[in-house]
Design a binder for this molecule. Sequence first.
Ligand SMILES: [Zn+2]
Length: 341
Amino acid sequence: MCALLAMAVGSGCAAGSGQAPVAAGATGNAGASGSAAPVHGREQGAPGSRGSSGAPEREDRKGEPAGEGGEAGSRKDEGGEGRERAGEPAAAAEAHAKRQKKAQAARAAAAKRWGLPQTPLPAPPPPAEKPRLTTRKGFEVDRHTGLPPVFTTVPTKQKVVFLTIDDGAEKDPELLRMMSELRIPYSAFLSDYVVRDDYGYFEKMRDRGVSLHNHTLTHPYLPALPYAKQQAEICGQQARMEQRFGKRPRLFRPPYGSYNRDTLRAAASCGVQAVPLWAAEAFPDHMEWREWDRDLHPGDIILTHFRGKGEWKGSMPDMIRQVMQVVTAKGYAVARLEDYV
Ligand SMILES: [Zn+2]
C-alpha cells in the first residue's frame, strides 16, 4: 500500500513516515492532483517543508476556538467513568479523586515494571459538556458548513493530550497489557485490510475499554477517488466494524490525513460525526511535530501506528515509553478522546 502510494505521489512511505502530518486542508481543493497532494513522510510544518508543500499557513493556532461551551453529540454511547457528575458535582469530584488516587498508585507500580522513567499523570475528570468542535483554519473544504469538523487539537484548557493509534498491522499483546496496566487511554483507527487477519486482537482491545474508529477498508488516498468509491471505503468500513465489533464508529480519520469535500460528504452519509487528525506523531525513537514550536498544547491529538520492529526502530512498548516520556515530562496527562469528542 505504501509503495503504491509513494509511487503515486512521489514521496516516501518508509517505516516511521507513513502518515506524517500533512497539509490536510490543502487537499480540500486538490482533488486528484499530485502537486497539491499531501506530503507523505514529511511533517507538514517541518522547517523547510512549507515552501514546497503547499501547506496551509501555521499561524492559525491562535485563531482556534477555545470555547468550552456547547453540546456536541450524545455522551451516553461511550463507556467510561465519571458519568455521575451531572447530578452532584462535589460528590462526583470526590469520588473521582478517590478513584484516581488508587489508580495512580497502581499506575506508579506499572510504570516501574514497564520501564517508564516517570509515572504517567492522571487525567482530570472529563468535561461535563463536550467542547464545541470546529474545523481548524486552513483545513476547511469548500462549503464545509454542515460537514464533519476536521481538527488536530481538541479545544480545551486542560493539560491533556489524546493518543490515537492507526491502521492495525502490528498486533502486539504486550501493548494491550501495558496500556491496561498503565491505565493510559487511547483510540484506534482501523483499516480493514490490515486488521482482518485477526479481528480477535481488536475485540480484546475493545473489551479493555478502547474505542475503535474508522480508517477505511483498504487505506487508499481518498482524494484521488470519485465520491462513490470514497463512500464505499468509508461506509464499507462502518459496516464492517459494526459487524465485527458491534458498534458503528462516530469518528473517522482519512488515510494520510488526506481528504476533499467528497470525503467529508461520504463520511457524513455513513454516520461519521467528526474527523480528528493530529498535531504530533509518535515513533519509538522520536516525535514529529506539526507546529513550529515543536511542543504539545492542551488538547493536542497524537498519532502513532500499530507497527513492529520490522517497520520502525522498536516495539510498541518502546513507542509508548518514548511518547509517555515526552507527554509526562511536559506535564500533560493522556485523556480519553471520546470524553471530549
Ligand atoms: Zn493509516
